[in-house]
Ligand binder design. Sequence first.
Ligand code: AKG
Ligand code: FE2
Length: 278
Amino acid sequence: MCQALQNIGFCYLKNHGVPDEQLKQVLEYSKQFFSQPLEEKEKCAKPDEGYDGWIGLEKENLNLERPVGDYKETYNITPTCEIWPTNMPEFETVLMDFLRKCIDLALRVFDVISVGLNLEDKNFFRNCHKLIGQRGNVTALRSLFYPAIPMEKEIKEGQVRCGEHSDYGTLTLLFQDLVGGLEVKTRDGDYIPATPISSTIVVNIGDMMQRWTADKLIATKHRVLIPKEESIKRQNRQSAALFVVPDSFSVITCLDDSEKYPPITCIDYLYGKFYEKF
Ligand SMILES: O=C(O)CCC(=O)C(=O)O
Ligand SMILES: [Fe+2]
């Protein structure tokens, strides 16, 4: 696993312990939410100063060099989320159960990475993510919905489903449906498809983990374009991602003592990132 995370920053993981049935439920309830009329979704809109809630079509632009917003909708959930659709009570239970399950899995992935990196303290990453799932750690789940492109719709020049970016945290666990479209940038600079494989998830490294490991594990750029193929273009695509970050006051210091990057707290790092982006 660590070899893949060093070479390309992405890997597939099977036998991960999250039942297919549970993911199916998450995607089904999400689809039900996203398929509602705008005024219903607006009731769950993400407030400007918050993180949780619904973000509408073309509202977010993960690659700021692209002229228009991504053709996607999302629902963001942190463990302290208080914004929920009251007309679909199951949505909250299903998404929160999934969030918990993903958090457990992320901690197990850290165990594997600790072995792979030969860390003296195999609990190092666990300890830096002690507050995961609680206040003091902003690890978040995102349910992503890429609507089918309507027949009559002209896609804007340069528009994509999800712009080129690397993730900001330590780890991302990505669950995708079988529609496909995710592409990952290789060291040669080409984007190659991360074709969905049933019952597997995609694990990738974020910027903070790259910094922590002094560039040993790499945070690779990825994207989702508007499908060229007619049949895929006219289908919704769905995914769900857990964006793992350390506790807000964990200090990220290069693990190899190289001092390649100065120590920074997670929260300061995140402020810097968001300032860059928004
Ligand atoms: O939907 C996907 O497959 C990728 C989404 C993604 O990369 C992100 O939201 O950071
Ligand atoms: Fe991403």
